[in-house]
Design a protein around this ligand. Structure first.
Ligand SMILES: [Zn+2]
Length: 307
């Protein structure tokens, strides 16, 4: 094959891979942002435990591996993880119920994003509590999955309607580009924000969100990270908390994502400017809650087994 042809072929493969890749979760930027924000709220013991668990390729930075579950989900040996990135509710139901909704297409219970968060939290917790027992879980993977899925559950359309696959089958235009509604919420809103306000710099956007957390949102932060049950019962209330994150997402999906975004619609300034605050807040909440979850897992139990 001539080298120019070969290049073209490679380019097509890359574009195709990116299209498939972008279809199922906050894009790379979204996950990076959630994890970067979380890192700045880690307690000392969490910093140490996370460092011990991270793969070498992460070079000590959790954010750098937060998109890993998206990168592997199409490989055959990881395909079982695909349904763990989202949860569907019945069409036009703006609420979320674990028993009704958390299953895969074959109706296997617990196989959805909230089930996965619960599972990986429990794996890390049991390892942390039983520091002398041999732990059979892969805790490095558990940490990377948990960090990714807490990000995903905060993307409103990751808790969307079954019939349109969380907006994936709703074809719209984002300004002049043809895309789908799910992708708008995963990538396009963030992409346009970076271009419009941050000179295409992700670190600048993260900085702005962090500034907002210490000023504009500072009164809300304690309620974002708090457990629904009392503080001593906190670690066991993970289930309740995760339900809350999913319920918030479907209600935001109904109120903001699906509204005025029927198939064939062109979404422009009106949609962008009114939905941007929702995306910003969800990224920040995801970060705060990831940190709170990991702090609960690691900080009160200083020894982490086999890490
Ligand atoms: Zn995902």
């Amino acid at each position: 094959m001539k080298s120019s042809l070969l290049r073209l072929w490679f380019a097509r493969v890359i574009v195709l891979t990116q299209l498939i890749h972008g279809a199922l979760s906050w894009g790379k930027e979204g996950h990076y942002t959630v994890c970067k924000i979380a890192e700045s709220y880690f307690e000392e013991e969490t910093v140490a435990a996370v460092k011990r668990l991270l793969p070498e390729s992460a070079q000590g930075d959790l954010a750098s591996v937060c998109s890993w579950p998206d990168e592997i989900k199409h490989h055959w040996q990881w395909r079982w993880t695909s349904p763990l990135h989202y949860v569907d509710t019945p069409d036009y139901r703006c609420n979320y119920l674990y028993c009704r909704d958390c299953h895969d297409t074959h109706k296997h219970q617990d196989r959805c994003v909230t089930g996965a968060i619960f599972n990986y939290t429990m794996q890390l917790m049991s390892a942390s509590e039983n520091s002398r027992r041999i732990v059979h879980y892969n805790l490095t993977e558990a940490l990377m999955f948990l960090s990714h899925y807490i990000g995903d559950v905060h993307q409103p359309l990751h808790v969307g309607f079954l019939g349109d696959e969380g907006g994936n089958t709703i074809t719209v235009r984002w300004y002049r580009r043809k895309t789908n509604l799910h992708h708008v919420w995963d990538n396009m809103i963030i992409e346009s924000t970076l271009k419009t306000y941050y000179n295409k710099s992700l670190p600048l956007m993260i900085q702005a969100l962090q500034a907002n957390l210490t000023h504009g949102w500072s009164n809300d932060v304690p309620s974002w990270e708090s457990c629904q049950l009392n503080q001593t019962a906190c670690p066991n209330s993970t289930v309740v908390d995760v339900f809350r994150y999913a319920s918030e997402s479907i209600s935001l999906a109904c109120k903001y994502a699906y509204r005025n975004a029927t198939p064939g619609t062109t979404l422009g300034d009106d949609y962008f400017l009114s939905r941007l605050p929702v995306v910003e807040k969800r990224l920040a909440q995801g970060g705060i809650r990831l940190a709170a979850t990991l702090n609960r897992i690691f900080s009160s139990k200083p020894k982490l087994a086999g890490a």
